[in-house]
Design a protein around this ligand. Structure first.
Ligand code: DAK
Length: 259
């Protein structure tokens, strides 16, 4: 897959794809073209049966410093409405495969929102998370007020959104925003480790389980429990369920095929 602002390797490791944001001079600011490229890459990786987990990363200095302010500066509301970037963000949100964000350096504004749209976050010790839109006269627009609040709670989310202050990787982990913080030299390796663990599981149960966890953010408990139950039953239509349980009984490792 050839793109201008991202680098995509569908077979980075066995069953693991890597998407790298690649506008280093602009700290990976998310311009419209980059977002369209991400949309296309995620759609295609989601269709690829060989891919069981996707890692998205930037570089040591920046995951992404937000949407491209220079591109937005002179837009008005109708321009934004016509561009309808939400469709692009929705494509990422709707990706069925699990996505891990490997974050180092700045994850700000749309960059923080992009990381939060992923399913898990591995951070390097240098990672800084923030929603600084308030400092440029706007507010978060790609889920920041909702996902950050659900992740870290009202008090910290309110402080970050209203003052634009950044939090460190360590604070982000304490607050529940990231899964793990590791030294900068190994943050991608650590993400691969986690991706590997997920990729070894049955892709069907992984898909249904991801869907079910996400449902917890969108529904009341009763509706979520019914949804989980249906997905649980569905697992029993897969060959992987038979394989997983036989392997346990036969005291061997399962070989999940995604059927
Ligand atoms: N946009 C454009 N360029 C950026 C940028 C950004 N967000 N962030 C950094 N850059 C550029 C800088 O302009 C500079 O370019 P040159 O001047 O060299 O040409 C280069 O990257 C290096 O940046 P600095 O020189 O500023 O580097 P420093 O180390 O001094 O500072 C910084 C790093 C990250 C603290 C600083 O660059 C900064 O504050 N950046 C802006 C952070 C920010 O405010 N982010 C939020 C942007 S608003 C939506 C979806 C999403 C969004 C909106 C709508 N829809 C679906 C409709 C999201 C909005 C946002 O994210």
């Amino acid at each position: 897959m050839e793109f201008q602002y991202i680098i995509v390797d569908p077979s980075f490791k066995k069953h693991i794809a890597l998407v790298r944001l690649n506008r280093p001079k602009e700290l990976n600011a998310l311009n419209l073209q980059l977002m369209l490229e991400l949309k296309s890459a995620f759609a295609s990786l989601d269709e690829d049966d060989e891919v069981r987990c996707i890692i998205i990363t930037g570089n040591e200095q920046a995951f992404a410093a937000g949407a491209d302010i220079k591109q937005m500066e002179n837009k008005n509301a109708i321009d934004l409405l016509k561009i309808d970037q939400f469709e692009t963000w929705d494509q990422i949100r709707k990706t069925k495969k699990p996505i891990i964000a490997a974050v180092s350096g700045f994850a700000l504004g749309g960059g923080c929102e992009l990381a939060m749209t992923c399913d898990m976050i591995i951070a390097s010790e240098s990672a800084k998370f923030g929603q600084p839109e308030i400092k440029i006269g706007i507010m978060p627009g790609a889920g920041g007020t909702q996902r950050l609040t659900r992740a870290v709670g009202k008090a910290l989310a309110m402080e970050m959104v209203l003052t634009g202050k950044f939090i460190s990787a360590e604070e982000a982990q304490k607050a529940g925003l990231v899964n793990k913080v590791v030294p900068e030299e190994i943050y991608l390796d650590e993400a691969v480790k986690l991706a590997n663990e997920v990729a070894m599981m049955s892709p069907i149960s992984v898909r249904l389980a991801k869907e079910s966890v996400l449902k917890a953010f969108e529904s009341g408990l009763q509706e979520g429990l019914y949804f989980e139950r249906k997905n649980f039953y569905m697992c029993f239509t897969s060959e992987d369920q038979k394989e997983g349980m036989s392997a346990f009984v036969e005291k061997r490792k399962p070989n999940f095929t995604g059927n």
